[in-house]
Design a protein around this ligand. Structure first.
Ligand code: GN1
Ligand code: MG
Length: 365
């Protein structure tokens, strides 16, 4: 409570409870009583500094984004509600948004009232809103020069880098290699050559760096509880220069797996084409203004790659002793990897249909 109260809050704290299911930071909901007697809420987070070694750069990106988005609404929103969470300053220290307590780094962010997140998509309408939310976010910041954003997480979404890390950790692992782990190793080896598809396209100048969210999985989008419309993207720590393809891949791999990324029934995981089409339709409706022709050519690759990459990251963490993603039990990261690899396989098996959806939308929109 004392930590929350060290920030400029709109009233005294009345309750604190944990919020969300992030795999990296610890997140809490802080309820407050405003002067008019109403309750208000803010989000309090302890930043995982093993992942984000320079939290001040993370905050600088979040502030830059808020500033840019605020000056930039207009046509894109067409009267719809859109919120950009803002960081609150430490009490009596205007401009400082981070608080260090016993080596831990804390910050508070505004809470989006009337917004809710979900773990699984309900239907195509919600899927379209999910895509529309990411498209709105990208379109709002597409003209923010990438040079004005810091790279807060070097190597994030650079798949060849994760592959090299996997090989290094595999050589030294002390984790027992079960048949399921052996399956993961073979699965990765079979796909090594795919790992550089987006990085090669970037190096060849076919894909451009743009501001990205970095982690637009389904539960990082808020939907208005009444209208069902997407109204915000939260969890802004990974905003940085990147390829929008990383974000599109993340959006689709999280939205089109109807069993969710935490399922233990990994053998039944499937990539749902109806949801895929609805998400892409919502996304491209907002994003077509900044998307270049070559961007469409890599959409299928992005969907396959980011599912594969996340599986590779989970599996490498399993081999390395579970130091990156939070886990509830031994083998948790292995199970998560099996889910992503099964999803990758399902994407590969439906390559023709996914490419046809992209083509249809490219022509129709
Ligand atoms: C992590 O912390 P969370 O759950 O928002 C991870 C993402 C993964 C995601 C998988 C900084 O995000 O890249 O896609 O877990 N974030 C970071 O659930 O590594
Ligand atoms: Mg995150």
């Amino acid at each position: 409570m004392a930590i929350a109260e060290a920030f400029e809050l709109p009233g005294p704290v009345v309750a604190i409870s944990s919020l969300g299911q992030g795999n990296v930071n610890d997140t809490y909901r802080v309820s407050l009583r405003r002067q008019d007697g109403q309750t208000d809420q803010v989000v309090l987070q302890c930043i995982n500094t093993r992942v984000f070694a320079q939290p001040e750069l993370v905050m600088a990106n979040i502030l830059r984004l808020a500033e840019h988005a605020q000056a930039h609404t207009g046509d894109l929103l067409a009267g719809r509600r859109w919120e950009v969470p803002r960081a609150l300053a430490v009490r009596d220290q205007p401009g400082r948004c981070l608080l260090e307590v016993n080596g831990e780094v804390w910050r508070t962010i505004t809470f989006v009232e009337g917004g809710c997140s979900c773990e699984l998509l309900e239907d195509c309408r919600q899927a379209r809103e999910f895509g529309r939310g990411l498209g709105t976010f990208h379109a709002l910041i597409s003209d923010l020069p990438v040079a004005e954003l810091a790279d807060t997480l070097e190597g994030f979404h650079i798949t060849p880098g994760y592959l090299a890390q996997f090989e290094r950790i595999l050589r030294n692992t002390t984790v027992r290699l079960t048949p399921q782990a052996a399956h993961c190793i073979a699965f990765i080896r079979d796909r090594e050559r795919l790992a550089c598809v987006l990085e090669d396209a970037k190096a060849a100048g076919r894909l451009q760096l743009r501001p990205i969210h970095g982690d637009p999985k389904l539960n990082n989008v808020l939907f208005d509880v009444t209208s069902g419309e997407a109204i915000a993207l939260v969890d802004l720590d990974t905003i940085k220069p990147g390829l929008v393809h990383y974000d599109i891949g993340d959006c689709l791999r999280s939205g089109c797996n109807r069993l969710g990324e935490e399922t233990s029934d990994w053998r039944s995981v499937h990539f749902d084409l109806e949801l895929c089409e609805a998400i892409l339709e919502g996304y491209l409706g907002q994003a077509q203004g900044f998307m270049a022709a070559a961007d469409y050519d890599y959409l299928f690759d992005a969907i396959r790659l980011i599912s594969f990459e996340l599986g590779l990251r989970f599996f490498t963490d399993h081999l390395g002793g579970d130091h990156y993603f939070k886990t509830n039990r031994p083998g948790h990261n292995l199970q998560r990897a099996l889910v992503q690899f099964r999803l990758t396989e399902s994407i590969e098996n439906q390559e023709g249909a996914i490419r046809a959806i992209v083509e249809r939308l490219r022509v129709a929109l």
